[in-house]
Ligand binder design. Sequence first.
Ligand code: BV8
Ligand code: ZN
Length: 262
Amino acid sequence: MSSSEYEKLIAAARRATSVTVLTGAGFSAESRIPTFRDKQTGLWEKFDVMDLATPQAFERDPSLVWGWYEWRRALVKKAQPNAAHRALATLEKYVPQLTLITQNVDDLHERGGSQGIIHLHGSLERPRCVHCEEPYAHPEGIPDVPQGGARVEPPRCLACGCRVRPGVVWFGEPLPELEWLAAVTAASSCEVFFSIGTSSLVQPAASLVEHARGAGALTVQVNLNSTDCDMLFDFAIQGAAGEELPRLFRAVWGAEAETPRS
Ligand code: BV8
Ligand code: ZN
C-alpha cells in the first residue's frame, strides 16, 4: 500500500466510532499456532483438515480426532498472546464501539485482554457430550499429547456416558445462531470493518465483509499474503498482524499497546 493510500486510510478510520473486527487463524500464527493453510505435521501429516474437522471424522475415528484437538489445545496452552492480540485489546480503550468476531477456537484473544468476543466456530475450552450436550470440564493443566500427536480416547460424559466431543463448529455444522446474528449485526452497523489473518475461504464467516460493504463501512484487510478477496476491501495491508496492527492503531487512534505483563 502506498504511503498516500495509508494516509487516506488513517484519515478515514480516525472519524470512526464503531469498528468491527473479524479474525482468523493468521491472528494466532505469531503465537506459533499453525494455521489451516499450514502443512500438518506428525501423525496429522497425512490428513487434510477437512478429514479431521467434521462430525463424520469423529464418528469414524473418535480417538484420532480427539487426539488432534488435544494436541492443538496443548499448543494453545503453551502459547502466549502476541502483539496483535495486545494491540486489539488496547484498542477497546480508544474506540467507543468495538466488536471482535473470531473464527479461532483458541482463547488467545481472551488471554490478550479482549472482552466480549464472538466465537463463530466455538472454542477448544467448551467440550460437550456428543449425545446430551452436557458441558464437560477439561482436567487442569496441559494435555499430555506427544509432539508428533497420538490417538487419544475421548472422555465420557458424566451424565449419560456417551463420548465427549470438542466444542467447535465442524464443517457441515451450522454456526451458533446467536453468535452469527450478533456478527451480522456488528458487520452491518459499523463504520470500519477489519478482516485480519483470514484466507476468507470459509463460509459464512467470509461473507461478513459483504454485509459491511452493503452498509457503507470502510473495509480493511490485514494479511501476510494477498487473498482471493483483496478486491472486496477498500484497503488491503499486506504484512504480519503483529507488526501492522500496533503501527496502524497508533497512527489512527494514538493507541499505545501496553507492554506485555511479565
Ligand atoms: C455451514 C472450527 C451450513 C473447527 C472451523 C458442504 C456442506 C456443508 C457446508 C459446506 C459445504 N461446502 C462448503 C460449505 C461451507 C463450509 C465451508 O466454508 N467450506 C470451505 C472449506 C469452502 N462451511 C461450513 O461447513 C460451515 N457451516 O456452512 O453450515 C449448515 C446450515 C444449517 C444446517 C447445517 C449446515 C462451518 C464452517 C466452520 C468450520 N470450522 N473451525 C476447528 O478449528 O478445527 S473453520 C476453520 O477455518 C477455523 O475456524 C479457521 O479459522 C477457519 C478459516 O480459516 P482461516 O481462519 O482463514 O485460516 P487459514 O489457515 O485459512 O488462513 C490463515 C490466513 O492468515 C492466511 O490468509 C494467511 O495468509 C494469513 N496469515 C498467516 N500468518 C499471518 C497471517 N495474516 C496476518 N498476520 C500473520 N502473521
Ligand atoms: Zn451426555
